[in-house]
Design a protein around this ligand. Sequence first.
Ligand SMILES: *[C@@H]1O[C@H](CO)[C@@H](O)[C@H](O)[C@H]1NC(C)=O
Length: 359
Amino acid sequence: MARAVRRGLALCASLAAGGLALAVDGQARIQASSRRELAVPGKRSALLTVCFVSKASPGRHTVDQLTNGCILNVASFKLAAPESDVILIAPAEENAADKIKTMSEKDSSIKISYVGTGPWEVGGQSIPFKNAEGKFYGNGLKLLWYTQTLKKFQGHYDYIFIADGADLYFQRNPFELAVEYPSADLVFFGDRGDSPSRGKQFFDRMMPRCESSKRNEPSLMDAVDKAFMRKVDGRPYSVYANSGLILGKADAMLSLTSQVAEIAAECRFWISDQSFVNLVRYYMMKERGEDKVLMFPDMEKTASLGHYSWYFWTEDGWLANKDTKEKLYVVHQYDRAPQAKMLTELVWNKTAEWIRKHE
Ligand SMILES: *[C@@H]1O[C@H](CO)[C@@H](O)[C@H](O)[C@H]1NC(C)=O
């Protein structure tokens, strides 16, 4: 108490006197104190994930798969990060599965954010929920919903983890990375470590579909590729991010998601968001510096398993980093991995007790 008052007085005095030395001292102390507060894992942090069922649901999943996938996502997250909140995004009440609503009623840290069924105004355009054929308008909508929800909860959280809804599970508290890398504003995780060139191929295939030439001119595409270059396991390659999992400070996350939505509007392209996420990641790297916008290649902290199998395990049966033997934070796309059956069983086993208490 006395220390806080003294700190406040020192700050007032420095501001009043306009003394540079004192102001710097005051600022350093404030930064140090907020770092200490943030260094408590899970403090004021939330998982943000889109979780809904609708006739217009995107693509390849059944209603049951979407619901169960979402339950496993939430259950595994709450086991790994019990102090953090979960905000599930759904358009309207009728699009939130009963099991999800029950989970939310039993645990007040699990919230549902209803974002409505549109249309949404962005960049002078009106973006609908469904297209003329009654199909989901596109994954770009998720960025609009993240933005809307982040604004609704502005000031509530220091850190946000954005995750795909139905096809990933947590093994470990992702906010440990925020503690380990306190100066990072955003942390991205790589796509397809088994076939690294796919990241660039996907980017190069999607960006020309943007109707704004400013966003896909060859010099920009080259600059992005250069900026993403990393040496991974001794081989250099450009690491493109998977847009299904992103960690960040809440204000940086809002800046990211709102810029992606604006670019989607400018490009008139809503089907896929991943390329725009990478483009804005590039802009933010340039603007804030590489030490503020981090990137971990696939297989290092997370695994994007859609196309390959995993062979490294911790003693208690979690997927581990092959070199450090540490538990990976997130396992993504387990449901369409070669080992899908075993991995799905594994995550059901790990979360069974939590789920039983929340149904
Ligand atoms: C899940 O639990 C069952 C019953 O305890 C066990 O037989 C099975 O091997 C477990 N599966 C995995 C993948 O851990």
